[in-house]
Design a protein around this ligand. Structure first.
Ligand code: S3P
Length: 433
């Protein structure tokens, strides 16, 4: 559906943020590998995670949502799925599962929507082939068939890109290997897999740059509380910061230091965010955030910050367009291989709405506006949820509103985003031209 996000007079209230997508995928997968029962509270019920739930069922696990909203997963011996696993838009689900099934003696085929089918898989097939599995791809992309091995070898692999998906795929494959799997990580990236594997009883440790996992692991079902997703929270957070007369409260937001880089950068820009009730749930740090409208300043974000906020550049770029002074974001090559080419999408989207933006190699330079960016542009979201939501947020604080050509993708990570925004004061509606 085409949407228009029109300017509004401030956002107020408590904003419920859905569960963390990365943690939700992993909880379903580890629950399916574990002995006994896993209970998951706060699972993200977005399309991406539901595809992973379906995939785990197709692989033989018991996965059901109880009437009280808790998801129950029971591990059973995994078996070859009866047909291809359709993974929708879910890159994380696909890459992690490809690692997981690579150490089982059966064949699994993965398919996806046009966005997922255009994303590179060589980054996982290359390391995973070292354990004895065989991969057949379509020019390095989906459809992809994994011919798993019943005798997975432990591997040692140095990550050429800072990718938690690649790291996690190798670790999940290593669970069944006989010996120690070692992933060397020159630049640390999100460690949800390591934290959760430890909680489920795996023998996993960090040794300098390396993560070392002992194979033939016996996992035991756990109770998992999923924190609210910082990557989703970033949209209402920036919306409140750039829209005058706003105050939003977001509860239970995950603050894993390898995920929450956006909050450090927003603080440097002058964002007024108060942290309340800091605590830990299921091995992940969380807090409630109170966010106030703020006068933002331009900021320089170095390349080594990118892994801790890789999904947040589109919404950060919107914040930068409303800030005073110039912003520069370095080291953004990975943005080109996300759900869409987000580097191009930011350039095009900001320009179409009257903000000054330019590219310099893999860097983006955004000149903040003295007054509100005018808006009035049309965004081609290209099946990319984070592009669609970023520009809906831009619309709320622009002069003339922003049109998004299709909001269908938003349900992959943030069901009911527009309705939740509207209930707190935003003005996002169906658009017919
Ligand atoms: C994710 C890792 C990141 C991120 C994605 C989720 C994960 O991808 O962009 O949305 O859950 O491991 P890369 O590891 O490819 O950077």
């Amino acid at each position: 559906m085409k949407k228009i996000s029109n300017p509004c007079n401030g956002l107020k209230g408590i904003f419920p943020v859905p569960g963390d997508k990365s943690v939700s995928h992993r909880a379903l997968m580890l629950g399916a590998l574990a002995r006994g029962r896993t209970e998951i509270r706060g699972l993200l019920e977005g399309e991406d995670v539901l595809r992973t739930a379906d995939a785990m069922r197709a692989l033989g696990a018991f996965v059901e949502k109880r009437a009280d909203g808790v998801w129950i997963v029971e591990g059973r011996p995994l078996r070859e799925p009866a047909g291809p696993l359709y993974m929708g838009n879910a890159g994380t689900g696909t890459r992690l599962l490809a690692g997981l099934v690579s150490s089982y003696p059966f064949k699994t085929t993965f398919t996806g929507d046009p966005s997922l089918s255009s994303r590179p898989m060589k980054r996982i097939t290359e390391p995973l082939s070292l354990n004895g599995a065989v991969f057949e791809t379509t020019g390095g992309k989906l459809p992809m068939t994994v011919f798993g091995t019943g005798a997975a070898k432990p591997i040692r692999y140095r990550l050429p890109v800072a990718s938690a998906q690649v790291k996690s795929a190798i670790l999940l494959a290593g669970l069944n290997a006989d010996g120690e799997t070692v992933v060397e990580e020159p630049v640390p990236c999100r460690d949800h897999t390591e934290r959760m594997l430890k909680a489920f009883g795996a023998d996993i440790r960090r040794d300098g740059e390396s993560i070392v996992l002992r194979g033939k692991a016996v996992l035991t079902g756990q109770s998992v509380d999923v924190p609210a997703d910082i990557s989703s929270a970033a949209f209402p957070i920036v919306a409140a910061l750039i829209t005058p007369d706003s105050e939003l409260v977001l509860k239970n937001v995950g603050l894993n230091p390898l995920r929450a880089g956006i909050l450090d950068v927003l603080a440097e820009m002058g964002a007024r965010i108060v942290y309340e009730n800091r605590r830990e749930i299921s091995g992940e740090p969380v807090a409630d955030l109170r966010v106030f409208s703020s006068e933002l300043r331009g900021v320089s974000v170095p390349a080594d910050k990118a892994p801790s906020m890789i999904d947040e550049y589109p919404i950060l770029a919107v914040a930068a367009a409303f800030a005073k002074g110039e912003s520069r974001f370095d080291g953004l090559a990975e943005l080109r291989v996300k759900e869409s080419d987000r580097f191009e999408a930011i350039l095009r989207g900001l320009s179409a709405n009257g903000a000054a933006v330019e590219a310099d190699g893999d860097s983006l330079i955004i000149k903040g506006c003295e007054k509100k960016p005018c808006g009035g542009g049309v965004i081609r979201a290209k099946l990319d949820h984070r592009i669609a939501m970023s520009f809906m947020v831009m619309g709320t604080a622009s002069q003339n509103g922003v049109v998004i050509d299709d909001d269908e993708s938003v349900s992959t990570s943030f069901p009911d985003f527009a309705a939740l925004m509207n209930e707190r004061g935003a003005n996002i509606h169906d658009y017919r031209d």
